[in-house]
Structure formats: C-alpha cells, structure tokens
Design a protein. Sequence first.
Length: 403
Amino acid sequence: MGKFDFSKLENRTNTMSAKWDKREEIFNNKDILPLWVADSDWQTAPAVKKSLLKRAEAGIFGYSFADQSIEKAVVNWLKKRFDLIINKDWLIFDTGVVPAINFTLKAICEDNDAVIIQPPVYRPFFSAVKNNNCQLIENELINKNGHYKMDLNNLEEQIKAAKAKGRNVRAMIFCSPHNPVGRVWEESELLELLRLLKKEDIYLLSDEIHADLVYPGAEHHPVLKLLLEREEFKSYRKKVISYLAASKTFNIAGLHTSYTIIESKKLREAYNQAKDGFGTGNSPFGLIALKTAYNEGEEWLEEQLKYLKENYDFLQEFLEAEIPKLKLIKAEGTYLVWLDCSQLGFETDAELIKFMNQKAEVGLNPGRWFGDAGSMYMRLNLACPRQRLKQGLNRIKKAAADL
C-alpha cells in the first residue's frame, strides 16, 4: 500500500450523495450497488481536505472570485502536466463544464445552426445543442474490433450535405479523453480533425475534463497546445475553446468549479456577455480545492492513477475468466469503462437494463444514455475500492449464470 489509501470502504449513504442516496429513485431498487455516475468512492487528496477545513473555520462564506493565486495554480499545472503554456488572461472560471458549453453555444450560435457531436458521447452534449435551438449533426465513432476511431471522411460529407441545404455548421463539441469509450486521441488524429474544422471554419469546443486521468502508454494532447505549436493554425485559434476542471481528477465535482480557456479576447467578451445574468459566481470552497489540488495534490494523483490501472486490469481479467460474453472496450483514459453487452442475449436495451438493475442489482449507465450508438452497451465506473468493484462483478456473474 502506498502513502494514500484508496481501498477504504467509505459509507456514502445519508450524505446527500446522488450516487448512493438516490438509488431507489433512479434504479427502482434500494439494494443496488452504484457503479455509475462519474464521482469516486474515496476521499479527495488529504491536502485538499485540510485546506477546506481551514477555510470552513473562518466562518464567512461570502461572494468569492478567482484571484491571482488560483490563476497561477492553473497556469503552473497545465505547464507541468502537459507542457501547455497559456496566458492567465485567457482563463474564465465557471461552475462546471456543462454550463460553460451552454454559455459558449449561446455566445456563438444563431437559431437552427448545426452543431457536431460524436456519439456515443456524454449525454449533456445532446441537451446543450437542443437547449440552444441548434440542430444536431451526429458523427458516430467507428468501433473496429473493440477500438473506436473518428469517422472524419463521413464528417466531411455530413458538413457538405448540411451546407448544401443552406444550414450553417457552426461548432463541434469534442470529448478528449472520450467519455464513455475511453479513447485518448493520438496527435495525428487530432491534427486531422483540426485541419478539417479549420478548412470549414467551424468552432471547436473541447471538453478535456478527464485530461489528468490517462493510463500508462497513452498521452493526452490538449488541442490548444497543438494549435499554439503550429503556425498553420494561428488564425484558427480564435475559434477554439477548452474546458477543464480538477473535479473528476480529485473527486471534488460537488464543489462546482471549472475553468474555460479562450485565447481570443473578442470571444471571451462574447462568452462573458452570454453568462451575464445567470449568477455564475464560484464557491470559495471550489476555488480553494482547485488551487490546493493543483499545488499540492500531484503525488496523490499519481497513486490514484496506479490504483485505477490495477482496478482496470482486475476488471479485464475477471471478465475474460468469469463473464466472457461481457466484452471490455479497451480504455486509454478516464475511470469509466465501456462494456459491450451484445453477447448476453438480450433483444432490447430495456431487457439489458432490467437485467443489470433488478437481476444483478448493479447500477450502471445504460449505453443508450449516450445516444443510439450506445445500444447494447453499459458504462461502469472503476473509481471505487477493489472490494466494491469485485462485489459488483460477482453480482453480474451470478445473474449471468442464470441466463
């Protein structure tokens, strides 16, 4: 065991936990083992917890803002982890990546503009497009032998077809690393995408909230870094927005703090105007947690990544030995895994969901939550003590034996 303990079975019931205290409401089963929503079942880094307790002792919780110390922590983290060098003036602090994406679409889109997403993908992307009165272009990822790739040839055709109908293809919401399929995109893939979007003059909204959660052998490439390094993209950089947070990395999602990076001053002004009136001030706790995580949490993160990889390896070995009909899509990042359930023998997604929720009593995210391309898949959250993961897998194994 390392310096930090990720194996402790924390009791999260009666803590207002959406993951644990809404089991019966969400799954219609109070005994379900929740392995779904993207938060972790262990405490945050000790340094973060200590800083929050100290702030609570002050006893005053008025309106707060991100001061220079917060900006410096973010700038230093991006430089240290990704060799991404940004100007602090490019930073805007938000309450979350999902609201930030919505504000961006509000700032740049007109009614009935088209926005590209790549299903199966994080469900709020669908909602953001519809909420801003835009039209969806679904450029589905290709699953080739358990490995997902972007279908950029089809994307180019989809853009041409939309433009031929007089539709303005305004933006693309991109997920990197990808939730739920676990891809960490290679540099060559990203450059091909960037060149296409530049050619077609389409904004790129890059959700990189899982950037810190990458397995050995893979490397996250921030799109902004690729753009800054290449002269060919100098003019296109004004159309790229990046969204990041410490929330998934350090299990502080409930503190509702993220940051948006926009190099273009004109676009930053439009973005802030779109936010005006929505009461988007940050919690002092979220800001302090972000700063402490980035300044003092790297050792904890490295141990967490090691534990997550061991969980992933355990899951892979368990499925191959005990539930071979349940296929694991190879993940390169995030603590979320994508399971191909098509060989279990169910004819409909409803039957599969009922099996997991009522028979196996395991709460996973149904694949259809990520679009029609997720049919017959399930998403499982690995960020829990191995004992809990094993318990969930044994429940599925026992239920599958009766099929």
